[in-house]
Ligand binder design. Structure first.
Ligand code: SF4
Length: 434
């Protein structure tokens, strides 16, 4: 067997792509190694969302180029895939003379063929192909949770985001293909499936009979067994009443919505090309909370978007409070030159100021997370055990809270346990099984 060293940067979609690459290449004579020194093939699966991730990918290539130069007798090959490939294209071959292959997010299943070709030439493969279904095994990370992509790409063109340029336009997999993969995941003992898509509520729009996301969720909920389903991410104004209704009445679908808000100010939202205002976002959050008990609503926010004033930034801080968002991912704005916002160079906020705003935002998120956890003191919640550290079992509730079990009992990884919550901190809850 040849040895494959693969490094994955970025989101769950990339992690899921990597699992597919490893599984597929296992049919073509490659096994994964964690040791760079024994690798025959290096792949970096990249993220282009922030410059920092791009720089990390380039630094990996630099290290591997050195290993290749020092081991000329070994015929080492180096490849790059993921969002940076789709963005930078052939220029990567010029920039990194030791790079053998650039392939795009849509070309993963062509990889065995491309690996044969790079024996003779350096290649850039970035075809705009339809989502490809095949039966290669997927080597999933050992866990209770498995990723299941239901669609990829995005049509929204938020002014700061590279995804429509890297992952292309929205394309969905068929309900049949998703159900088949879900059954396979469950047959292998996974207890949770997370459905992935840049905008899951757009699911099915490009398919012939236009199934919608609620229909997909219903079909998955009808599968037999003890398991949970999660999904991410939702675009605020695309969440339908039907989806809320399915989550409310389902057995398997967890009470969690990840709904990126990005800013709590209407002018900034317009500049971001988000198609909602603060009031519309508030109404969606309210509707979900009114319908679904113990629901967790999480969000994403950007600090220091070009032209954002101090007052506008403080509207975001206010929104987190008022909407009682349970948790939020945060980031300082990182310019992506290909995007509309990336070209607003004269409106960029100074790096120090962005850092300052991010620190304030993070403090607010911490405060909101603690408040959210405090609501559950005294409640009994179902936990799926997913880890044990120093004899302490831990798991997640249906609404995605981390719980440590403080009793002397033994549990199995993958076991569902009812736990009474006694104490909470900002990021974690503590309890005992009942
Ligand atoms: S909806 Fe999400 S993935 Fe699509 S462009 Fe906006 S931020 Fe990017």
């Amino acid at each position: 067997m040849k040895k494959l060293f693969i490094d994955t940067l970025g989101c769950q979609m990339n992690k899921s792509d990597t699992e597919r690459i490893i599984g597929m290449l296992s049919h073509f004579g490659y096994e994964q190694t964690q040791d760079e020194n024994e690798a025959d093939l290096f792949i970096v699966n990249t993220c282009a969302i922030r410059q920092l991730s791009v720089d990390k990918a380039y630094s990996r290539l630099g290290n591997w180029g050195k290993i290749k130069r020092e081991n000329k007798d070994k015929n080492i090959k180096i490849a790059i895939c993921g969002c940076v490939s789709n963005l930078e294209k052939e220029s990567l071959l010029k920039k990194f003379p030791y790079l053998d292959l650039v392939f795009g997010t849509r070309n993963i299943y062509e990889l065995p063929k491309l690996l044969e070709k790079i024996n003779d030439e350096r290649i850039c493969a970035l075809d705009d192909m339809p989502i490809c279904e095949n039966d290669y095994e997927i080597v999933r990370e050992k866990s209770t949770n498995a990723w299941l992509p239901i669609m990829e790409g995005c049509n929204n063109f938020c002014s700061y985001c590279v995804v429509p340029y890297t992952r292309g336009r929205e394309r969905s997999r068929s309900i049949e293909a998703i159900l088949k993969e879900a059954k396979d995941i469950l047959s292998k003992g996974f207890k949770e499936i997370t459905l992935l898509g840049q905008n899951v509520d757009s699911y099915g729009k490009n398919l012939e009979n236009k199934p919608n996301f609620a229909q997909l969720l219903k079909a998955l909920d009808e599968l037999e067994g003890d398991f949970r389903i999660r999904f991410t991410s939702s675009y605020p104004t695309d969440i339908t009443d039907e989806v809320i209704d399915v989550v409310k009445n389902s057995k398997h679908i967890c009470e969690c919505f990840h709904i990126p808000m990005q800013s709590g100010n209407d002018r900034v939202l317009r500049a971001m090309n988000r198609r909602y205002d603060v009031e519309q976002y508030r109404q969606i959050v309210q509707k979900i909370r009114n319908n679904i008990k113990n629901v967790t609503i999480t969000s994403d926010f950007i600090a220091g978007f070009p032209s954002e004033t101090e007052e506008e930034f403080l509207d975001t801080i206010k929104a987190i409070d008022e909407l009682q968002l349970d948790y939020s991912n945060t980031a300082a704005y990182s310019p992506r030159p290909i995007t509309k916002a990336g070209k607003m160079t004269d409106l960029f906020i100074d790096d120090e100021e962005k850092k300052r705003r991010l620190a304030i935002l993070n403090e607010k998120v911490k405060e909101a997370s603690l408040k959210s956890n405090e609501k559950y003191i005294g409640s009994v919640l179902e936990i799926l055990i997913d880890d044990v550290k120093d004899g302490v079992y831990q798991g997640r509730t249906r609404n995605n809270k981390v719980v440590h079990i403080q009793d002397d009992k033994k549990y199995e990884i993958g076991q569902f346990v009812d736990v009474k919550i006694n104490r909470v901190t900002t990021w974690c809850m503590f309890g005992e099984s009942i």
